[in-house]
Design a protein around this ligand. Sequence first.
Ligand code: PMP
Length: 418
Amino acid sequence: MKIDFTTATFKDFENIPDYSIAQRAEYFYEFLDHMKERGHMTYRLENTSGSDALLNINIANQNKEYVSFVSSDYLGFTQHPKVKQAAIDGIEKYGTGTGASPLIGGYFDYHGALEKRISSFFGRNEDEVVLFTSGYNANSATLQILMQKEDIAILDMGVHASVHEGCAFTNKKTFPHNNLEALEQILRISEDKYRTKLVILDGIYSQEGDASRSSEIYDLVKKYNAYLMVDDAHGVGVLGETGRGALEDNGLLDKVDFITGTFSKTFGNLGGYVIANKKIASFLKFQSRQHIFSVTAPPSSLGIVKAIDLVDEEPFWKDKLWDNINYFKKGLNDLGLDTGITCSAIIPVKIGDQSKMWDIGRILIENGIYANPIMYPAVPRKDARIRMSVTARHEKEHLDKTLNVFDDINKKMHIAKK
Ligand code: PMP
């Protein structure tokens, strides 16, 4: 078995049928060396300062400052003094951990405060939410227990990996991204065949930054008597008049059956949540294996409660974020670069060819810019891109510096599409 290292992705090494685990690991190690030698290893770099617009990373024992576009801390709350203080207060009061999972001693009153705060943020009641250890867990755990072999999960092709993982015990069909005709066809043929039909979307798609056609999909879901789950990890705090996310924009906050999300992006921390009706929420609390057998939300999660408050108390962060998004996107487009159909803080610079993308990732690093090259399977093989996340912590000078570097790259490598 020979893998072409110049076109390979990490995924290609996941399983090689006639290779043992040791052989696969060794072959992958060789591939990582190949990437490092070419300066293409811009993944898993060591951050030595924090999540911010300017941060330090340590590459080959050289600790330098970079302008960063790798964080989903969209409003900059990981660095907000009030959020930090609330997290510290949580630790002062309760210690650093819970010592147990929620069912067997690890459910504290601050978990209740967090449940109350996140559910009221979405206009729901505190008994309509379940906390999980991560956003990944919230999706995979919920689907794993709710969706069984009698059911079918119908996924937009762009949904997060955690949703796919959640479908391990159920039937699964995917439809091309935002393609209503294809979705309707699956709903039609599934109508009498399955006990439960659940359609799953992202509010904002994580690699393209575009929105789901959730209003039209909601109508279809109702027509075929199905359920709708929306993971709005990247929309919350960024979209909607009051920052409630993509579902607020579409008037669907009180209509969809399940809202899932994360505390790791706009809310600057760690953890996930699922909002559902109170009986399903209760079912999840006592049936979801990940909720029963895994701890949730350490005391520093009181920082999350403050971060949620700040979405309302300090709306100017969202305004600044949008000034930055609009400025940066226009700057890239003025250079002729293709940023696709994004309508969020995720701005992909489309490159296409994977090895060209890796070269660009390296040149960005060499010029003090830290951004993620994204390859298959996160995106189709010929649709490699540099994925940039803009935050409220960026200043115009950071964005200008980055635009200048892209201008130089474009002059040398002709990446403009227009
Ligand atoms: N859903 C989406 C759409 C995401 O992009 C992510 C994070 N990449 C997750 C869920 C998982 O969230 P977490 O990092 O909190 O596990």
